[in-house]
Design a protein around this ligand. Sequence first.
Ligand code: FES
Ligand SMILES: [Fe+2]
Length: 419
Amino acid sequence: MSTSVLKPSEMVLDDGGRFKVHRQVYMDADVFDREMDRVFHSNWVYVAHTSEVPNPGDYRTVTIGRQPAIVSRDQDDRINVLINRCSHRGAVVCRAERGHSNHFRCFYHNWIFDNAGNLVGTAQRSGYPDDFDRSEMGLARAAKVGTYRGLIFASLSPDVPDFDERIAHVGRYIDLWADRSLDGQVRIAPEPERYTFPANWKFQAENGVDGYHGNYVHESFAKLLERSGERTLRDITKARNQVGARNYAKGLPFGDGLLERESGMLGSFDVSVQEEYQRRLVERHGEEAAHEISMMRNVYVFPNLYLFESHVRVLRPVAHDSTIADNHFFTLGGVDDALNLARVREHERFFGAGGMGATDDVEIFVYNQTGLQADALEWIDLSRGLHREVVNDDGEHQGHSSDEQPQRALYRRWLQLMS
Ligand code: FES
Ligand SMILES: [Fe+2]
């Protein structure tokens, strides 16, 4: 790269008139290392959903930035976020991605930890003195854990805002997402659809609340809908482009973001047209709230979580140019199986590995990473809509769905944490 490494404050230009980000935020391995420290290892990040560990003894392994962790439900029904690292000589103690067990047995020298992280067994005990204190040798734990509507977040550092404060604002949108379930509970499919792409994680973070690209990147999908007689290309474009209606992109506190429209583009995600479901939703929440719940809404919870209509997407940065995305389909509770089945089918044809939506997005991330190799230009521009965004009564930066409020919010938070 031609330029020397910039300070974070030099990588985000936010001068009121223009908003620009330097290409080093995507291209530089040192920036990535710092992100691991500042954005992932000392900040609230999403780890798992309670429905993945419904019963005492259930666990799943996750990564927090680069660090291996276990989310377990112990025998007292408490959720633990344990560091997956043996206190003896450092091997991971849990090698499976998910399972059910009341203990974790280290594969190396057979030390045994219960599912609350306590060391309960040391092989060939006589090699340690009588006063060897096992209580000091349990698994390390995340410094803080917080749960909201089943979404479990953890911070490895104690030096973070209180969870309630962190989640308060975006919580209202998480509520609207979870309240699509008629029993208020979503159930996450344990096996994700997983894809790895050779590009920076922030391209995906920017994209799920980017309402600007749909007409172009997803034109092929729109044409498919047109050909099958479901929607016309013209109607889809009109819905995306309309000004003056609820057709928003919002930048929220803490780097979170939102894309919100009156109704979805995709058949069975558009729950506003499903009569029986709507009747029961109104019965449960009232007319106005039911309308809010039924709107199409993508929610980004900085830095690594997306809530979509069909799935929870978890971003797992691997390197500055490598990312894993885990897409967990979820079912709505209290609804007919037929609705969940229709949602799976809709999910598959847009978001699935053989689908025609998410695959096109991933291709763009790779084009991004490739284009930024060019030395000719060093900055990307995120100024769209800066002249027409408003800060609403709730302190949200709100503008047209095609504008770049969420991306600006992301980089404002990124800069705070990185500086
Ligand atoms: S490293 Fe785990 S028992 Fe030795
Ligand atoms: Fe897309």
